[in-house]
Design a protein around this ligand. Structure first.
Ligand code: BYC
Length: 314
């Protein structure tokens, strides 16, 4: 088919809200943009295991420990679905991990903050997973089939994660005055990083307009931030916790909450590698990857042996 016809067919599928599948023709820019976003998303899930993993050995009860272990394992699973979705675009997972280690691919800024107390685990579930779901539900309608389908499953697990975070934080905020203070302190530290998880302001976002035209993204970063604030502000009342934003208030005329401006310099710094835990997070990922080399070699040797046996038997 003529390249012009291919592009017309591609645009027609996108505009008709049909899915683009791995074997379909797609513009190079569409493929590159998806690899970039899906890889960033996959790396976020895997690096995102670290802040909460920090509390598995110190969870306050067996029940909380079992829940936290299951949640962190879910995040590993999300990373794997996403690396598989990226691989359908013709890249290798090993290549994506090399790019992450070389600083050429990103992961979410929010995971560069430390988890100082047990309440941080609840705040991450409530706020970080809450922001992540707000972003990911529209991605279930992304034009690229494998990414959209991965998101359906991820969102089901993510909504359970948010519930457990809320429930854990509720137990603390309705506990002793010390527990309430610990929950409030966690919300003070995780509120703004969670808002920034949703990306720079629309005026600064480089990819949004093209990603919206290709129906990879369905909403802009600022639209999703508004949705997120509208969802969590009333939940904060139920928790009896106060978000650290003096400008947060219901606006009857707009039918939305008003809220203050994020510290965009801070987002730029953290994305640029200079957040509180960037070096620690990446160094831990590199060392876990190196320590796991023997497992990958053994698995590859086992697979090669079995395929050789299969060839002889055939
Ligand atoms: N942090 O043009 P923009 C989870 C980058 S984990 C770092 O708006 P786009 C969980 C952006 O990549 C799930 N970088 O970009 C796990 C771009 O740089 P490049 C987290 C950021 O792609 C464990 C540049 O800034 N969710 O749920 O249109 C425990 C310009 O931005 C950030 C995802 O990963 C940031 N916050 O929109 C608990 C969602 N923001 O690539 C929970 C998937 C922007 O040109 N990703 N950048 O070098 C997305 O939906 C989109 O990529 C974003 C950004 C909304 C994040």
């Amino acid at each position: 088919m003529d390249p012009v016809d291919l592009e017309v067919e591609f645009n027609g599928l996108v505009e008709a809200d049909q899915r683009i599948e791995p074997r379909d023709w797609m513009p190079d820019g569409y493929r590159r943009n998806l690899i970039r976003q899906i890889a960033q998303h996959a790396h976020s899930e895997i690096i995102g295991m670290q802040p909460e993993g920090n509390w598995i050995t110190r969870a306050p009860s067996l029940r909380r420990k079992a829940i936290l272990m299951a949640k962190v394992q879910d995040e590993a699973g999300h990373g794997l679905y996403l690396y598989c979705a990226a691989e359908t675009l013709g890249v290798d997972r090993a290549e994506l991990i090399d790019q992450l280690h070389a600083g050429r691919q990103k992961y979410s800024s929010v995971f560069n903050y430390p988890t100082l107390t047990w309440a941080d685990v609840g705040a991450i579930g409530w706020l970080v997973d809450g922001a992540a779901i707000t972003n990911q539900i529209p991605l279930c309608r992304c034009s690229y089939g494998p990414y959209a389908r991965a998101m359906v499953r991820v969102c089901k697990e993510e909504s359970f994660h948010q519930r457990q975070g809320f429930e854990s934080l509720y137990a603390l905020s309705h506990g002793t005055p010390e527990q309430h203070a610990m929950a409030q302190d966690a919300v003070d530290r995780w509120w703004w990083p969670s808002l920034m998880l949703l990306g720079p302001s629309d005026a600064e976002s480089t990819h949004t307009s093209q990603s919206m035209a290709w129906r990879i993204k369905r909403f802009t970063n600022d639209e999703l931030r508004q949705r997120f604030v509208d969802m969590v502000a009333p939940q904060a009342d139920v928790l009896e916790l106060t978000p650290p934003d003096p400008e947060l208030r219901w606006n009857e005329a707009r039918g939305h909450y008003d809220f203050g401006e994020c510290d965009w310099d801070e987002l730029r710094r953290v994305v640029g590698g200079d957040g509180p835990c960037n070096r620690q997070r990446l160094a831990h990922h590199v060392s876990a990857h190196e320590e796991g080399a023997w497992v990958r070699e053994a698995a590859a040797a086992y697979a090669a042996k079995h395929s050789a046996v299969g060839v002889v038997a055939a």
